[in-house]
Design a protein around this ligand. Structure first.
Ligand code: HEM
Length: 315
């Protein structure tokens, strides 16, 4: 296991191994982390629809309907349909050379072998996904501008170092140094808004919904999980080290599977994911209303890493 980092608490075959350049990866930290730990193909190619659903449910403890929906959108926009038949494997079945030696019996054997190939041609429809295909851009694709740690306009399959460091910079609160280092749902919403404000063109409504969903879902699966705690703590902070490992290195955070570790204890369902995406949209909307009201003029705002306040600049 040369390039692997032995990650405490992971079974042997699921240790973190950073991807080789030849391996296919996506712009999604959730999928890349699963491939880097071998919960889906480490090659990142020919991931099948049901394997992806099973892995999403197992690793992130999301519900089957939510996993189904996420996988379905990914496969629909970037997946590949192909026919596979067991005959593909049997094309090279040897035609027996031994046995009867008369030419009639040889002919018969050849005919039988051919018949066996024809009979074994039972085509199956395969729906597979290469992770890198998710980085394709276009109106009907998922990948969009204003990502948290991926650059605008370019197909990207690994986090951008510069964007990761400014993203993590927001998690360091110099105004309230006693506060735990990390990001709340509100911080993530503001970060998304600031990335959108600096992107070359506004997101389509489909891509905006996707982006809000990603913010909400990331918070749901990474925030600290306590038993007997209400699900509505928007102020729960995703710790800095978890952000670094998941967004920056695309690995499952240390202690993921431990009791009291980062993996969600309660299953994350479709309605909850939708509610969080709406929360993110509302946080952004409320913030923008407030600034427009305050200044009575269109404004362009930045979130500065030094603090969690929003600094406004007139255009
Ligand atoms: C637990 C499940 C998942 C979580 C928590 C998750 C989370 C995220 C997050 C946070 C991002 C944004 C990265 C950034 O802004 O830099 C992202 C991006 C993306 N995800 Fe996922 N994801 C999940 C499942 C999936 C699935 C199943 C697919 C498709 C098969 C998918 C496809 C994508 C794509 C294409 C992007 C790139 C969008 C962009 O341009 O930012 N994700 N995901």
């Amino acid at each position: 296991m040369a390039a692997s980092a032995r990650t405490k608490g992971f079974p042997d075959k699921h240790h973190f191994i950073p991807p080789k350049p030849s391996q296919s990866r996506s712009p999604c930290p959730a999928l890349n982390a699963m491939a880097n730990h071998g919960y889906i193909s480490r090659e990142g190619t020919q991931v099948t629809f049901f394997n992806l659903i099973i892995a999403l449910v197992e690793v992130y403890n999301i519900s089957v309907p939510l996993a189904f929906l996420l996988a379905f959108v990914g496969f629909l926009t970037c997946g590949r349909l192909s026919f596979y038949s067991s005959a593909d494997d049997s094309q090279n079945l040897p035609i027996p050379q031994s046995g009867p030696s008369t030419s009639a019996s040889k002919l018969l054997l050849h005919a039988l072998a051919k018949l066996r190939r024809v009979r074994s041609f039972r085509p199956h429809l395969w729906w597979t996904l290469d992770l890198a295909s998710l980085s394709e851009r276009g109106a009907t694709k998922i990948t969009h501008d204003a990502s948290l740690v991926h650059p605008n306009t370019l197909p990207s399959t690994s986090p951008d170092r510069g964007l990761v460091s400014s993203f993590l910079g927001y998690a360091v609160d110099q105004v309230h140094p006693k506060r735990q280092l990390g990001l709340t749902l509100v911080d993530i919403a503001h970060l998304h808004a600031s990335r959108e404000a600096s992107s070359p063109s506004p997101l389509s409504s489909f891509q905006e919904q996707i982006a809000l969903g990603e913010c909400g879902l990331a918070w749901l699966v990474l925030r600290p999980h306590f038993l007997n705690r209400k699900a509505s703590e928007q102020e729960d902070v995703i710790p800095l080290c978890v952000l670094e490992q998941w967004f920056g290195e695309e690995r499952l955070p240390e202690g993921w599977w431990d009791v009291g570790g980062s993996r969600p204890i309660r299953q994350v369902g479709l309605l909850e994911a939708r509610r969080r995406a709406e929360d993110v949209g509302k946080i952004i909307h409320d913030a923008s209303q407030w600034y427009v009201f305050l200044l009575g003029t269109p404004v362009f705002f930045f979130l500065l890493p030094a603090s969690r306040s929003i600094f406004l600049l007139y255009l």
